[in-house]
Write a protein that binds this ligand. Structure first.
Ligand code: NFS
Ligand code: SF4
Length: 642
């Protein structure tokens, strides 16, 4: 059997397993084996009840589904529907954030405030809002309303798409795939992929790309940018990661899910002096707020709060017996949690009307007074603290630095006088940094937990490729210690290490949650605008990877990177491999359409080679494969860093 995880905390917990222990995700993954190969290869269609149909290209009897659909059409429909579902998740999150911003602007008692006026004005400018003679609240209301209009618009272009380089926008217009309204593109995917509508896999995928762009340059970007306005734009901050961040002596509240609209309120509530005093009367030393998954990333990058683990560790956190409340909102929350919580004292709390779980206690955070609700949740956890039985917290924890928003990267590289990506571009041109790779996405029990993230990242930085991360992938590399500045000297190639040392940054930059992949889109656009590296994202020496993906959201992200011109490689496998025609389309023909394409490679070493070769070929096309004289650059760079 393949190793379950390279994370010692996971090993520690699983070794402790007795016949009475609750099931884990790894047990259930074993029980599901072997997975249905039709499904795994994308060849199963359930779009109507004449089926379900399982097709097999080249076979006599199963060449087509009952309606006559071919393998490439079935695969395309399934793939596009994954994009639509992923885009819906990110975008519905974005909508909630926009509504929260509107609430903050209109209701002074809402508990939400505008924390970043600079960002507010920047977004207002991007939206073409006239800010003259307007109060902060008025501008915030206008930004929120413009963002909300992007969801339901029927014609026109989603506003943030105008942040992309001009040639990219022109390419999208040529193919008629600029997203009009976010909701509209998702609905159109669902329509076109139903029984008997769009019968051309290429046309289905153009609409898939349109919905994906509505996510990356729409819903996700709205979530990220408006969250920054509400809760502050992240800047580098120290933190700690892994199950060892849970406290033996304090009340542990673990927030899990995705929307900081919840966790930000809990951050405030957990600092409430009355509640801390109450915790002490119950014998606790204080209140420890930690996170799992993307919520963890959100509170880490803005507050430096500890991260208990990534998606595969959510059950194990409860297994420690030290979690007094696990508070969840939406997405990536395993339905097994109530079962696990029942074996311990942990109180499972739901907060979103969209995500209810039988056996959990529900506190509706969308109520009028979210801070009061958050305080009630913290109190629930405190009152549960005395019910702890045996506690076993693994020792594992690691230091890290996170919070590299594109603004922070700008500031760090450009210095306080001239915030700019030009030093990054200069370093890429001169070859100290070979290129940039976004390593992102989930963990998946089909492969050894964290291994692909860590070994891919290790190989990329050793080859002078700067790695930017989000999501559960960032948590994986954080646990491995890669998010510390000292990693540069130990693991990074000479050129990258020099730059990291000069700037004082790690070679692996944690940019936030999965919606924050939109930060990478903006960073890439800025790199193009600075100049010297081509006129479009597709010319940059960059690549994307999701080595252990599992979520439909990851497919939406992959597709918007590809449609933005980025070569994007997924690990584990992709549910498209059953159709050679479709595979050829997204692994090859896409390059001619978008200047970016999909790749799939389960082996992290081979994946690294694909990415490095790709980056080198882009460097060659740009005429920078040799690099400039280093000595000259030293002086220039030193001047810039002063
Ligand atoms: Ni992204 Fe975040 Fe993790 Fe995957 Fe789930 S938490 S939105 S989907 S599993 S990276
Ligand atoms: Fe089968 Fe066609 Fe119905 Fe899909 S849409 S289930 S291929 S009959």
């Amino acid at each position: 059997m393949a190793k379950r995880s390279i994370d010692k905390s996971v090993e520690h917990m699983l070794d402790r397993k007795t016949p009475d222990s609750p099931e884990t995700i790894w047990d259930r993954a074993d029980n599901q084996k072997p997975h249905c190969t039709f499904g795994e290869q994308g060849l199963c269609c359930r779009a109507c009840y004449m089926g379900p149909c399982r097709v097999k290209p080249g076979s006599k009897k199963r060449e087509r589904g009952v309606c006559g659909a071919t393998a490439e059409v079935i695969v395309a429909r399934n793939f596009a529907r994954m994009i639509a579902s992923g885009a819906a998740a990110h975008s519905d999150h974005g909508r909630d954030v926009a509504e929260t911003l509107l609430l903050a602007a209109k209701d002074p008692d809402s508990g939400y405030t505008i924390r970043d006026e600079r960002k507010l004005n920047k977004v207002a400018r991007a939206f073409g809002i006239d800010t003259k003679d307007k109060t902060t609240e008025e501008i915030a209301a206008a930004v929120a309303e413009t963002a909300l209009a992007d969801f339901g618009r029927q014609e026109g272009e989603v506003a943030f798409t105008h942040l992309a380089p001009e040639p990219r926008q022109a390419l999208w217009r040529d193919h008629d795939i600029v997203p009009r309204g976010i909701d509209r593109e998702i609905v159109e995917v669902m329509h076109r992929t139903g029984m008997g509508v769009d019968q051309d896999h290429r046309s289905i995928m153009l609409q898939g790309a349109r919905a994906a762009l509505a996510d990356g340059w729409g819903g996700s970007m709205i979530a990220t940018e408006l969250q920054d306005i509400l809760f502050g734009t992240p800047s580098p901050v120290r933190g700690q990661v892994n199950l060892g961040v849970l406290s033996e002596t304090e009340v542990n509240i673990v927030v899990h899910g995705h929307e900081p609209v919840l966790s930000e309120m809990l951050v405030i509530a957990a600092k409430d002096p009355e509640l801390i005093a109450l915790a002490k009367t119950k014998g606790a030393a204080g209140i420890n707020l930690a996170g799992i998954c993307c919520t963890a990333n959100e509170i880490l990058i803005r507050h430096g709060l500890p991260v208990a683990g990534n998606i595969l560790q959510q059950e194990l956190a409860i297994w420690t017996g030290a979690v007094d409340a696990m508070v969840v909102d939406v997405q990536c929350i395993m339905p097994s949690l109530p079962e696990v919580a029942r074996c311990y004292h942990t109180r499972l709390v739901t907060t979103s009307p969209k995500g209810r779980i039988p056996g959990a206690k529900h506190f509706d955070l969308s109520d009028k007074r979210p801070l009061d609700t958050a305080k009630a949740i913290v109190k629930e956890a405190i009152l549960n603290f005395p019910n702890r039985d045996k506690v076993d917290i693994p020792d594992e924890k690691m230091d890290l630095i996170a919070g590299f928003s594109h603004e922070a990267i700008n500031y760090m590289l450009g210095g306080s006088f001239r915030e700019s990506y030009s030093p990054l571009n200069d370093n890429v041109i001169n070859g100290r940094i070979k290129g940039v790779a976004g390593v992102v996405g989930c963990s998946n029990p089909k492969v050894t937990h964290d291994q692909a993230h860590v070994s891919l990242t290790e190989e990329l930085i050793a080859n002078d490729i700067l790695v930017v991360q989000t999501g559960c992938s960032a948590i994986a590399c954080a646990k491995a210690g890669f998010l510390r500045p000292e990693t540069a000297e130990k693991y990074a190639g000479k050129g990258l290490a020099e730059v990291c040392k000069a700037v004082g940054m790690p070679p692996v930059l944690h940019s936030g949650s999965c919606v924050d992949n939109s930060r990478i889109l903006i960073a890439l656009s800025e790199m193009v605008k600075i100049g010297g590296l081509g006129s479009d994202i597709s010319e940059l020496p960059v690549a994307g990877a999701a080595p252990e993906w599992m979520s439909e959201k990851a497919i939406a992200i992959g597709q918007y990177f590809v449609a933005s011109g980025v070569y994007t490689v997924f690990g584990v496998g992709l549910p498209v491999e059953g159709s050679k025609i479709f595979s050829k389309h997204i692994f090859k023909e896409f390059e001619e359409v978008f200047g970016g394409m999909w790749g799939v490679e389960a082996d992290p070493g081979k994946m690294a080679t694909l990415i490095i070769d790709h980056i080198n070929s882009k460097r060659e096309k740009l005429g920078i494969s040799k690099g400039r004289e280093r000595v000259l650059f030293d002086m220039k760079m030193r001047r810039e860093l002063e």
